[in-house]
Design a protein. Structure first.
Length: 609
């Protein structure tokens, strides 16, 4: 220890501060000082008086004071003597408490294997030096705990995050670099899974899907597999760390689970896959009647997502011609406008198209999807048109033109009565053709009797009104023809001219028949002129024929005649039941069709040879 004053006129003395024990004055050592270890060195002639200690012992450690006295002033310089000794014998032990926890065993180790969530205790011990060292636990370059001197403990809760190398480090000024010891901790844990797509996936139908199952495991995994949950069941989907679906469909919607297994256990992670697709569209509706107050069509889309935009409805004819656009509600309901006019309600018939979108393109890469239905508005049929009558012997041929059927199958009923009777007889025509012009023959009526005729149409919703009544004298076809011909002649024409024309026509007809009649043939009661409008009826059933315009001078149009004959046609008539008639009409049988009056069963009205 060098006292920094170099003055020859000064006095210098050394003391040990702890006891204020004087070691020297000038170059002379004090009494009781070990002269073998303590010396005063330096060039005394110039004022150097330095304290030198040999073989320093621990008892020598402490503060020393150099006192310099210059005239009446005293100066003290303090020195601190520190003994330095490097620590030795650094070790790490694993602490294993006994089962009864009464004793603790220290096992020197460089490697520890533990299962996740176990508690690990480490003990670091060292022979201390001078000055005393500090001990530190270091993990991944960070000091996680400090202690010492001599020893320190570290307690860990093992997890998959704290595997690795741990250091116990002794720091001392007696050494140039810290003293260290390491131990490796290996923690075994169940697989840790992360999915590359997160917890939920939304994908458009038709695209491809790849889901990566990233696994962190100690020890290594033994297997990785995929499960799928949909429609309330769980089933295996495949193996491997990558779930791959080349073309995804709506049926692939579900929860996909990656399952990884090692010797510690199994872990699962899941992701919900939602396949988005353009809606499939259906229309719920009924074929309404004209009396229905509310006519509604409901457009029901089914897609993902269920955020729908409904566009205007389109109304087309059954042939595809555009009629109109209609505004529906925001939830796809179309209420047809209420039409009060009976004759225009059928204008609602046709094809209705609903267009809807949820923003997802379909296979054609358009997001608008459509559905179409044909709507039929039904009602009672309309009155048959152009009712005509013609007669031959005891038969009457009734002709008419069918009118609109109300959207349902219609049936025609003919009503007739003698002009002096109030009871109507109803006959259903069993027309088999689909033409507009129809006819039916009422047979075996009383000749030279005036009958009134009318008719109506009926479907399952009801019947039309009846036509206006028309009358005819049965079996007086020549008189009927004459009246028809001369009905347009002014009343001023004299009766003599009318009689002359009748005689002339009759004479011509008789002469013509005699010319074309074979000499060897006997006339049959049912043989008639070939140009007459009436056709002979076979007795074995019903047949229909068309009468052209030239062969039907009285009607002036093409008719289809239906005659029911014989006993083969025994079909029951819809909405018609039997009833009796008056005694003077035994040649025909009455029928009832939900209206007052007498009706006739067509199967009993026939022509005989």
């Amino acid at each position: 220890m060098v006292c920094p004053h170099h003055l020859t006129s000064s006095r210098i003395a050394w003391f040990r501060r702890k006891e204020m024990f004087q070691i020297s004055e000038g170059a002379k050592l004090g009494a009781g000082i070990d002269k073998d270890r303590f010396r005063i060195t330096g060039n005394h002639s110039i004022g150097d008086f330095n304290l030198q200690i040999h073989d320093v012992m621990e008892s020598d450690v402490g503060q020393y004071v150099c006192t310099v006295v210059i005239e009446d002033t005293s100066v003290q310089i303090i020195f601190n003597l520190v003994l330095k000794k490097a620590p030795t014998g650094l070790n790490i032990y694993l602490v294993n408490p006994s089962r009864n926890k009464s004793n603790t065993y220290f096992e020197e180790s460089t490697k520890v294997t533990a299962t996740e969530n176990e508690t690990i205790q480490l003990y670091c011990n060292i022979s201390s030096g001078m000055p005393k060292e500090t001990l530190e636990w270091v993990y991944r370059g960070n000091v996680i705990q400090s202690g010492g001197p001599g020893s320190t403990r570290l307690m860990l809760k093992s997890t998959h995050k704290n595997s690795g190398q741990y250091y116990c480090r002794a720091n001392s000024s007696a050494v140039n670099t810290p003293i260290t010891k390491s131990i490796d901790i290996l923690v075994h844990y169940k697989p840790k899974i992360t999915l590359g797509v997160g917890n939920a996936v939304r994908i458009i139908e038709g695209n491809s899907l790849n889901v990566y199952c990233n696994v962190d495991s100690s020890p290594e995994v033994q297997s990785v597999s995929w499960l799928i949950q949909n429609n309330g069941e769980t089933r295996n989907y495949g193996n491997g760390r990558v779930l791959q679906i080349t073309v995804i469909t709506r049926r692939d919607t579900g929860v996909y689970i990656c399952k990884a297994t090692n010797m510690v256990g199994s872990t699962m992670a899941e992701t919900s896959v939602t396949v988005m697709y353009a809606p499939d569209v259906t229309i719920v509706y009924e074929n309404y009647t004209v009396n229905t107050k509310s006519k509604k069509l409901i457009c029901l889309p089914k897609g993902v997502p269920q955020n729908y935009t409904f566009f205007q409805w389109q109304h087309k004819s059954e042939y595809g011609d555009h009629i109109r656009f209609l505004n529906g509600s925001q939830d796809g309901i179309l209420l047809l406008p209420n039409i009060q006019d009976f004759n225009t309600q059928y204008y609602d018939n046709g094809v209705y198209i609903c267009t809807v979108s949820n923003g997802i393109p379909g296979v054609s890469w358009t997001s608008n999807r459509t559905a179409a239905v044909y709507l039929s508005i039904s009602g009672v049929p309309r009155i048959p048109m152009n009712l005509t009558l013609s007669t031959k012997e005891g038969n009457v041929l009734v002709g008419w033109i069918r009118n609109f059927d109300g959207g349902l199958k219609q049936t025609f009923f003919i009503e007739f009565r003698e002009s002096n009777s109030k009871k109507w007889t109803v006959v259903q025509s069993l027309n088999m053709t689909e033409g507009d012009m129809l006819s039916w023959t009422i047979e075996r009526l009383q000749t030279k009797t005036t009958y009134n005729f009318r008719m109506f149409a009926q479907n399952r919703l009801g019947r039309s009104n009846s036509t206006k009544e028309k009358s005819i004298i049965v079996g007086n076809e020549k008189l009927e023809s004459s009246l028809a011909i001369f009905s347009a002649i002014p009343v001023a024409v004299s009766t003599s001219i009318i009689l002359f024309m009748i005689i002339l026509v009759v004479s011509v007809i008789v002469l013509w028949k005699q010319m074309v009649k074979p000499k060897n043939r006997v006339d049959s009661p049912l043989e008639h002129e070939e140009d007459n409008h009436y056709v002979e009826i076979e007795p074995n059933g019903m047949r229909e024929l068309s009468i052209n315009q030239t062969g039907n001078r009285q009607h002036g149009q093409k008719l289809q005649e239906h005659v029911l004959g014989g006993d083969q046609d025994r079909r029951s008539l819809d909405n018609v039941s039997s009833s009796s008639t008056d005694t003077d009409s035994k040649d025909h049988i009455s029928l009832t069709s939900g209206i007052s009056g007498n009706t006739t069963n067509p199967k009993d009205i026939y022509a005989r040879r």
